[in-house]
Design a binder for this molecule. Structure first.
Ligand code: GTP
Ligand code: MG
Length: 196
């Protein structure tokens, strides 16, 4: 697949506004500010395909992008702390959990965590849920450019060990949108999940 050909489809406030539930969707999930939207822009080589911001809570809708026919990427709102009113957050958290639970075309999930603050309780819940739901899962430790290589390796093995002790057989890799680390690996993984 040529990820640079990815096009924006639509932003939906809830699952009723999504296009027909056919083909394959792969969603980017994680705490607010983890770098989900930035990762999508990096993968697709497009600076502002998905909207990013310093302020946690930037993405508030379910954003769909089409890589090719029946192959879609989904930028989701974050979970956890966000600088938005409680009422707004409640609404989008509801559509987020509805999307995750009801969307049949959702086949894979990339769970992104800031490498400096990995595996918070909500991340662990998301990982357990995705494993139970039998989704394909890839965990990315984002903003790897923020750590020196020693600290980076230490964080990576810490997270891998924790997931093993959770009995979750999941691939964990480092990623940086700024330094373009992990980009080819993610593309290969997505190709595999899209079955191309
Ligand atoms: P929400 O939509 O609010 O849930 O956030 P998000 O997970 O989509 O994060 P977003 O991509 O908007 O990035 C949040 C902030 O982190 C922005 O200021 C980005 O510039 C920054 N950021 C994202 N990826 C990286 C990275 O790889 N390295 C560094 N240094 N900063 C990054
Ligand atoms: Mg976002």
């Amino acid at each position: 697949l040529n990820y640079h050909m990815t096009k924006f489809v639509l932003s939906a406030p809830d699952i009723r506004h999504l296009p027909p539930d056919t083909g394959v969707e792969i969603a980017f999930a994680g705490r607010s500010n983890a770098g989900k939207s930035s990762a999508l822009n990096t993968l697709t080589g497009q600076k502002s395909l998905a909207r990013t911001s310093k302020t946690p809570g930037r993405t508030q809708l379910i954003n769909l992008f089409e890589v090719a026919d029946n192959c879609r990427l989904v930028d989701l709102p974050g979970y956890g702390y966000a600088e938005v009113p409680e009422e707004v957050k409640r609404k989008w958290q509801k559509s987020l959990s509805e999307y995750l639970q009801k969307r049949d075309s959702l086949k894979g999930i990339v769970i992104l965590m800031d490498i400096r603050h990995p595996l918070k309780e909500l991340d662990q819940n998301m990982i357990k849920w995705a494993v139970d739901a039998e989704l394909s899962v890839l965990v990315l430790l984002t903003k790897s450019d923020k750590l020196a290589s020693g600290a980076l390796k230490q964080q990576l093995s810490k997270v891998r060990d924790s997931l093993k002790s959770m009995n979750a057989d999941i691939q964990v890799e480092v990623f940086s949108s700024t330094k373009k680390v992990g980009v080819e690996l993610v593309k290969n993984k997505l190709n595999h999940w899209f079955n191309v």
